[in-house]
Design a protein around this ligand. Sequence first.
Ligand code: FES
Length: 401
Amino acid sequence: MRERYENAMKSFNDIIPTRQQMIGKASAELDPYDPMRELAKILHPDKVYMVIDEITEETKDTKTFKFVPDKESGTEKLPYFRAGQYISIKAEVNGSKITRPYSLSSSPHDALKRGFYTITIRKKEGGFFTQYIWENWKVGTKVESSSPLGFFYYHPVRDAKNVIGLAGGSGITPMRSFARDIIEKDLDINFTLFYGIEREDEIIFKEELDSFEKQSNGKVKVVYVCNHPCEGWDGCTGYLSAELIKEQVDVEDRTFIICGPKGMYDYLDGELAKLNIPRRRIRKEAPGEANDITKYPDYPQDLKDEVFNIVVHIGTSNVTIPAKATDTILVSLEKAGIASPSECRSGECGFCRSKLIAGDVYIKKDVDGRRIADKMYGYIHPCSTYPTENLEIEIPLIQRD
Ligand code: FES
C-alpha cells in the first residue's frame, strides 16, 4: 500500500516541472477563439433574453408563463438545465433594479427539444413584483433572466433511488419538472409526491399530476393533502405530518425533497425528525427572502422601526443610502436604484457576496450560506443580511444594459 502511495506521489511530482514550464510559456491573455469558452457561453450565458409566448391561468391566483428565445435580443437557444433549477428574472420596477428567482416548471426536455421554459407564479397578496407581473406581462413581453441556477436537483450518486417530494402551494413547480424528467427520460427513480394545499381549488397542474402515475408506469405517484377539504374530497386531509407520510409510504432509505413556503420548512423539520430521517437525505429548495423578519425569535425586536445609513462602495464611487432595519441590505440597495448582483435571494448562491467594512448586522442562522473563510474575513450575503446599525459595505460591480 505504502509503495503504491509513494509511486503515485512520484508520478505526480514528475509532472510538476513540465506543467510549470507550460504555464510559464502560456499567454496571460484569454484566447478569444477558445472553443471551450464558446461552448461555456452557449451552455451558461450570463443573460438569457426571452419573450412571452403564452400565458395560462392555472388557478384564480396562479399563472404559467411560457418563454421562447428572444432571438432579436441575442438568445438563439434556451440553455439546458437540471429539473429543480431556477432562473433569476431581472427587471426594473419603478426605478428599482431587481431580481426574483423562479423555479422552472417545464422539463429539461422542453428546453432542449421544444425550445421553451415555463415558470409558474402565484400572485402574492401585497407582492410588489407579482403585482408588476400581473399588470405588465403580456404575450410578446420581453423578459431577461439568468441562466438556470441552483442545487435543488436529483443526483444519482448522492440521492436514493426512491424519492419523496413534499410540496406546498406553488412549491409544486420544481416537482412537476422533476416528475416530467423521470417520465420523459424513463429514469430509474420512484417518486412519491405529497402535495399540500389549503383548499382543493388551489391545486396547480391537477389534470397533469393525475396523469403521471399512468404515464410513468407507476414510478411517479401524487398524494394530495388538503387542509380544508370540501365535501366529497377523497384525498388525505390535514398537514404533511410524519404520521400521514408514514401511513402512505415506506420512509426507509428515501431522499426527501422539499419545496414550499418557509413556514412549511420549519414544520417539516420537526416532522422528519420524528421519522429519524438523516440530514443527508433531506434536500430543500432555497426558501427565498423572509416575509417578515421580525417574526424570527432571535431578531432584535427593539430595532424593528429603525432606519440606518449604509455607505456603499461600488468600484471607485461611493453612495450613502437609507436602510430599514427590517429590509435586507439587498432590498435597500434595490430601493436606492443600485444594481447589485443577486440570484437566489436566499443566502445560498453567493452571487451577492459583499465586504462588510464597518458596522454590525443580523443574519438568520438557517439561511447563512457563507463559507467559513467569508465569515472570518467579514464577507456577507446582502440578500439574507439586515443592518443593526449604520454600515459601510463594498459591493461587486455588475454590468447592466
Ligand atoms: S443572491 Fe444568492 S446568496 Fe445572495
